[in-house]
Design a protein around this ligand. Sequence first.
Ligand code: FES
Ligand code: FES
Length: 171
Amino acid sequence: MSSTPEWATARALADYETFTLSVNGEQRRVTCSDDTPLLYLLRNDFGLTGSRFGCGLGQCGACMVLLNGQPTPSCDLPVSSVDSKEILTIEGLSNDDEMSLLQQLFVAEQAAQCGFCMSGILISATALLRRRRRPDEAAVRAALDRNLCRCGTHTRVLRAVLRAVEDACPN
Ligand code: FES
Ligand code: FES
C-alpha cells in the first residue's frame, strides 16, 4: 500500500493560506488553498449545508449565495476572490429561527417538491426583492432564469414570489 510522500504533503501545506470570510454577519477564519471553492468551505468547514452542490460548474444555481448583495454561484468561486466581501447564505435569510416572508410564502404555496434547488431560488428571489420594490412577473422570471428546478415547480415558485411582492407592497 502506498502513502503520500512527506515532500508532497509539505508542498501542499505550503500552498495553504488563511482567509477571513464574512458569512451571515460573522467573521470566519479558514486555512486552505486559494482556489478552494466557497461552497466547499460553507458546507464542509462552516456546517452551512443549505447551499447545495448540483452541477459544480456554475450552471444550475443550487449553490447560490449573495455576494455583496448579488446572487452568485459558490461552487466555482475561489475563496481568494471573496475574502473581503459580504457573503449571505440561505441560513442568513431567517432571523432567530423565524423564516423570512418569502420563505413563509414558499411553504404556503408548497413551492418545493424535492427541495434541492430551493435555497438557490430563494437567494435569487431575495436579491430581486431587495433590489426592486415591485417587480412584475417578467422581472421575476428573468431573475430566476439561472436557477434550474428538475422537479418543475416553477409555477408554484412564481406564485410565491409574486405573492411576496403583493404582501410587501399592496396597492
Ligand atoms: S452547483 Fe453551483 S451552479 Fe450548479
Ligand atoms: S424542487 Fe426538486 S429540483 Fe427543484
